[in-house]
Write a protein that binds this ligand. Structure first.
Ligand code: AMP
Length: 285
């Protein structure tokens, strides 16, 4: 079983015992681990000698009306899944990360503008602040983040570059269920009927990519996808957007690497997904 650290001091003491030159890999998570998280941990193992997984449901990235209280907390099962994969699991209490009087917030502009921020304006400051704390606490050589949260990955890369934090940030491809649904801790909220609808999100995005290639009209492809999501049973579509994959800037044509990103809700569950849009139809997976 991995060693558990609940304070930054314990984490640093555990890391200080490592062999000279041993490289540290960090995988930040909010727990309720699934195979997607485990793939980040395996990748970490490929690139580091000591693998640290943090499990912390970060209150500052949830708005008061969001699912902080309902968010699944499954520490025992998580530790089982990490056996053999992680060396150290960092599971701090909120007071450890946000001590009395905590007054710092890191705001990253650039890639955080729009998309998720239009619907969760608090989100990226919460993420950037906690990720900065985790990176400073663990001092990893490499930190791994999923492409599942693509905008978050770009925000973290920007944060690390801007603050010159001495860590390599690696994005890991999204792991999916057999019907293509991106694995997510929030999928456990879905009823069997909602789960079927959820499985359509990735299909609709793939169809939008084909349409974008076929017509060259990106706005029509986005609008078609939004309509298709409503039709298959989503209750609300926050956005479907085809953007520059490096900056998330608006683009008018597929003349550079692009990404399609979406967020939609079924009942109380909000799902996000995204995919690369290849430059030509023949390159599209
Ligand atoms: P979370 O616990 O949801 O905050 O996720 C922790 C990390 O796992 C983040 O970097 C996510 O992007 C990543 N992740 C979540 N779901 C997946 C997935 N299906 N495939 C790959 N990475 C994922």
């Amino acid at each position: 079983m991995p060693r558990i650290a609940t304070t930054v001091a314990e984490l640093r003491a555990a890391l200080a015992e490592r062999a000279p030159g041993a490289r540290i890999g960090l995988v930040p998570t909010m727990g309720a681990l699934h195979a997607g998280h485990v793939s980040l941990v395996s990748q970490a193992r490929n690139h580091a000698d000591i693998v640290v997984v943090s499990i912390f449901v970060n209150p500052t990235q949830f708005a008061p009306n969001e699912d902080f209280d309902a968010y699944p907390r499954t520490l025992e099962a998580d530790l089982q899944k990490l056996a053999g994969g992680a060396d150290i699991v960092f599971t701090p209490q909120a007071r450890e990360i946000y001590p009395q009087g905590f007054a710092t917030s890191i705001s990253v502009a650039g890639p955080s503008a729009g998309l998720e921020s239009d619907f969760r304006p608090h989100f990226f400051a919460g993420v950037a602040t906690v990720v900065a704390k985790l990176l400073i606490a663990a001092s990893p050589d490499i930190a791994l983040f999923g492409e599942k949260d693509y905008q978050q990955l770009l925000v973290v890369k920007r944060l690390v570059r801007d603050l010159a934090l001495p860590v390599a940030v690696m994005g890991v491809p999204t792991l999916r269920e057999s019907d293509g649904l991106a694995m997510s801790s929030r999928n456990t909220y879905l009823s069997p009927d909602e789960r079927k609808i959820a499985g359509r999100l990735n299909v609709v995005l793939k169809e939008a990519i084909v349409r974008a290639h076929g017509t060259g009209d990106l706005r029509a492809a986005e609008a078609g996808a939004i309509e298709a999501l409503w039709k298959v049973g989503f209750n609300h579509v926050d956005y479907v957007a085809i953007r520059d994959s490096e900056t998330l800037d608006h683009i008018a044509a597929l003349d550079r690497p692009a990404r399609i990103l979406a967020a939609a809700r079924i009942g109380k569950t909000r799902l996000i997904d995204n995919m690369a849009v290849a430059l030509s139809v023949s390159e599209q997976a």
